[in-house]
Design a protein around this ligand. Structure first.
Ligand SMILES: Nc1ncnc2c1ncn2[C@@H]1O[C@H](COP(=O)(O)OS(=O)(=O)O)[C@@H](OP(=O)(O)O)[C@H]1O
Length: 576
């Protein structure tokens, strides 16, 4: 019998986000600061390492009534008793600023810190209203790195504010983003008799309710509070001392506090699977839209994707689609040419601003159908989940040809691209490579054979998308009768106006394929890399592959029938 074993350690960090930002009359006086220090001392007795983490916007220093300004000065007299982190100089939301403005704002705040002996090396930073952190505003990350060397931050917004228990962390460009929890105190929570719902609500949260459960169930809790929670009725002091006492009284948890950078490392050590972000669709969440730069629009995201697999005619499909006046293909990439290859591989970590740059900002957005094709999306294990998160209503186009033919075409593609392993080993050696063979050969074998296990990959896409969002095209038909396929595809994609491909595609005898009609007697065909000439596959390899793919082809036939597609003639042949 297994045993579920969870550590008893619970890390708690309390941020006081806007230590100088509050209206006159509700700020801290010198007495409040002394009370804060005394409370910190008591908390340290109960929680090893406890220190309040103070976020400052220098612009508002001494911005209150005279006795409140003395409070600000008292805080700085005790500067070394706290941890400190930079907010923005003027508390502006980062998504409203360019990188130059952001750097300028951060620099001002840093100069303020230096001139007031505030430490600047915590590696932690927080953005007002979580703006710029998620959805990611890249200039914020750039400026944070450059000015403050920020390596850890926190936000309530990833993947969404609600439900709080599903908040996660992620790492973007080496900056650790930790989930923040709420403790029930906000900027307006100033007096206990004005507490929303009354004192009982706060006490219930402490005595076994939401706040208690947050600490019990999250190994790491970062709470956000504000200056006004420490002046006035000092509700934050009451809240944290009470919750800590309650947790210590009723549980045997080990409470501790460590500085933010250590906390970040701890968090991702505990939750390594959260390191990789999953970029969500920003337009489904009103709060995300409010903290997304105004020039950004979801209309700049693709409406459909051609996902492959490779060598099934995807370039022909891409080219024919791009001929349509209402369809707009992605801009080419300097590294991967017509394919963006965002959802698989390293590009995903570049974030959605990077991805969106491949698409034009649509002038008359909704009438245009933006799309991209990346033929390796098809078999990528993480790709369907990622696509679903960012493009929940995207349509997906898959093309399939006999899997052994695909494998053979791919092998010749690799040779034509001077892949050393493909040049060194013949096709037979590649497809029969065992686990004892060199790693490069095994990798080549996998890339050659795995995409052809069509049913397995399509089922994975169907785990994330309804069948109505996906179409499977017979690549052999695309090759032999592209007009029919393109007409059908337009219907599936609901594209208007209808484009009559009969007039725009013509069979080119010299190429042996359909090509784009340029003039009455002139066509433009795909390049030499598409429709290569190579010796036919030898019979024994064909037989071997037929057997190899048989279970996958049986599954494919079932899948196609289940989804109401006709079974292609080549599939019936393969199954005989
Ligand atoms: N109209 C037209 N023109 C040229 N080629 C065509 C066309 N229709 C289908 N095909 C077949 O497409 C095969 C290449 O597939 P892909 O474009 O998917 O390859 S890639 O993954 O993008 O490299 C390519 O494979 P090879 O014949 O092995 O070169 C072609 O058989």
């Amino acid at each position: 019998m297994g045993r579920i074993s969870v550590s008893l350690d619970r890390y708690v960090l309390v941020d006081i986000d806007d230590i100088f930002v509050a209206k006159k009359g509700i700020r801290m006086t010198a007495d409040d600061v002394m009370a804060l220090l005394e409370s910190q001392n008591r908390l340290q007795e109960m929680v090893p390492g406890w220190k309040f983490n103070l976020g400052f916007s220098g612009k508002y220093y001494k911005n209150g009534y005279p006795e409140e300004n003395v409070g600000d000065m008292t805080l700085l007299e005790h500067v070394n008793d706290f941890w400190w982190f930079g907010h923005m100089w003027g508390h502006t939301q980062p998504h409203l600023l360019t990188q130059t403005d952001l750097e300028e704002q951060m620099e001002l705040n840093k100069q303020f810190a230096i001139s007031h002996n505030i430490p600047t090396d915590s590696g932690y930073g927080v953005a007002p209203h979580h703006s710029g952190v998620y959805p990611v505003h890249e200039p914020l990350y750039d400026a944070w790195k450059k000015v403050w060397n920020v390596r850890v931050t926190s936000s309530e917004e990833y993947p969404h504010l609600y439900p709080a228990r599903l908040r996660r962390g992620f790492i973007h460009r080496n900056i650790m983003v930790l989930p923040r929890q709420t403790c029930g105190l906000f900027t307006h929570t100033v007096f206990i008799d004005k507490y929303p719902g009354g004192r009982e609500v706060l006490d219930a949260s402490i005595h076994g309710g939401e706040l208690f459960q947050t600490i019990v169930f999250s190994p790491v809790s970062i709470f956000m509070t504000h200056l006004s929670n420490y002046g006035n009725d000092r509700l934050a002091l009451y809240t944290f001392e009470s919750i800590i006492k309650f947790v210590k009284c009723w549980t045997n948890l080990n409470l501790r506090t460590v500085p933010p950078l250590q906390l970040g490392e701890k968090y991702f050590h505990l939750f390594p699977e959260e390191r990789d972000p999953i970029w969500g669709y920003p337009c489904a969440d009103r709060r995300h839209l409010e903290i997304w730069a105004k020039e950004k629009t979801c209309e700049q995201l693709p409406k459909f994707l051609v996902i492959g697999p490779q060598k099934t005619g995807t370039t022909a499909l891409y080219t024919f689609l791009a001929m349509h006046p209402a369809i707009v293909a992605n801009y080419p990439s300097p590294e991967t040419f017509e394919e963006v290859q965002f959802f698989n591989g390293k590009n995903y970590y570049k974030g959605i601003d990077w991805y969106m740059k491949f698409f034009p900002v649509p002038a008359n957005s909704s009438s245009k159908f933006l799309f991209e094709k990346s033929a390796t999306y098809f078999e990528g294990e993480t790709v369907p989940q990622r696509v679903r998160a960012l493009l929940p209503s995207v349509k997906l186009v898959i093309t399939i040809i006999p899997p052994s033919k695909r494998a053979y075409s791919w092998y010749h593609h690799m040779r034509a691209h001077n892949d050393l392993t493909a040049l060194q080993y013949n096709f037979h050696e590649v497809i029969t490579a065992t686990e004892k063979m060199p790693r490069q050969l095994r990798t080549l074998r996998n890339k050659c054979l795995i995409p052809g296990m069509y049913a397995k990959h399509i089922e994975r896409w169907l785990d994330y998308f309804p069948a109505s969002q996906l179409t499977i095209i017979d690549g052999e038909e695309l090759r032999n009768d592209p007009v029919y396929i393109m007409n059908d595809l337009q219907k599936f994609l609901n594209i208007e106006p209808f484009y009559n491909y009969t007039e725009h595609l013509r069979y080119d005898k010299r190429k042996g394929f359909f090509c784009q009609v340029i003039e009455e007697d002139k066509t433009k065909c795909l390049g030499r890399g598409k429709g290569r000439v190579y010796a036919p596959m030898n019979e024994s390899d064909a037989k071997l592959l037929k057997e190899y793919y048989q279970p996958y082809n049986i599954a494919l036939e079932k899948l196609l029938t289940r989804l109401d597609y006709p079974v292609p003639g080549w599939l019936e042949d393969e199954l005989q």
